[in-house]
Design a protein around this ligand. Structure first.
Ligand SMILES: Nc1ncnc2c1ncn2[C@@H]1O[C@H](COP(=O)(O)OP(=O)(O)O)[C@@H](O)[C@H]1O
Ligand SMILES: [Mg+2]
Length: 246
């Protein structure tokens, strides 16, 4: 299975939004994409992709993933909880072992591509994902503000130390467009001044209220499809090149 991990230096920058949008695009291209929701305490992938809740374990103890209306398999702690407003209050080691279990015990079927919604930041749990899942590469999600404060660079640094490729960077919430005058407002600071090391820019996504509304309705796979489709093409090509080289 090819594994792409979506990371961010901190929470709330749209990591899950990008992970689900990217998974939907990869699924449009490949028909064989799944998502591992490794953000155990902030699990939101089922909600974003409209996956129905319910405990899913088969007779031999394998976890049966949830499935989105588009056919994307999703493994997430939130599918096993009675309600989204119940907190998971676990210490680091327990979270790390939950991630490993979700990955190892899930019946991924014929999925060939796995998008991982990482725990935010450069915590223990994030390190677990990089070391145990050994993703083919990571996608770093940032806002312009994160670039200025070097928050995104920490993800890059962690990936490099774990010997995982950095596929590139998604600049999210880069700007908003005024619905009245079409003026472009750079909400979190200038988009182009941002320093981004040697991470290629995979996409620049505006902060768009209608996207937030769709995502909240479980239709995150239907937003920014052009941007996510071209990102999927770039990543599929990178995976192929890496494979040919190895
Ligand atoms: N480009 C965007 N335009 C509009 N809303 C967005 C955008 N990116 C993310 N959001 C919304 O912002 C909120 C936070 O994003 P989320 O993906 O949950 O962040 P994270 O996973 O990094 O904590 C969500 O409600 C999400 O739907
Ligand atoms: Mg999230």
């Amino acid at each position: 299975m090819h594994i792409i991990a979506v990371m961010s230096g901190k929470g709330g920058v749209g990591k899950s939004f990008v992970a689900t949008g990217l998974a939907a695009a990869l699924h449009r291209r490949t028909g064989a994409t799944a998502v591992l929701d490794a953000d155990i305490t902030g699990a939101s992938v089922p909600h974003l992709l409209g996956v129905p809740r319910g405990a899913r374990v088969d007779a031999v103890g394998h976890l049966i993933p949830g499935v989105s209306p588009d056919g994307i398999r999703v493994a997430s702690m939130s599918l096993m909880l009675p309600a989204d407003d119940k907190a998971i209050i676990w210490r680091g080691p327990l979270i790390s072992s939950a991630i490993s279990q979700l990955f190892n015990d899930t019946d991924w079927g014929d999925a060939e591509y796995l998008v991982v919604d990482m725990p935010p930041g450069t915590s223990d749990a994030a390190l677990t994902v990089l070391q145990t899942l050994k993703p083919n590469g990571i996608v770093v999600v940032t806002t312009p503000q994160d670039m200025v404060t070097n928050v995104a660079k920490r993800s890059q640094d962690m990936a490099l130390k774990s010997e995982v490729d950095v596929f590139g960077l998604v600049m999210n919430m880069a700007y908003a467009v005024c619905p009245h005058c079409n003026e472009r407002i750079e909400v979190f600071g200038p988009v182009d001044v941002a320093v981004e090391g040697d991470m290629p820019r995979l996409a620049t996504l505006p902060l768009t209220p209608s996207w937030a509304a769709l995502a909240d309705e479980g239709r995150a796979g239907e937003v920014a499809t052009e941007e996510f489709d071209s990102m999927a093409d770039v990543l599929l090509a990178k995976l192929e090149t890496a494979e040919a080289a190895s």
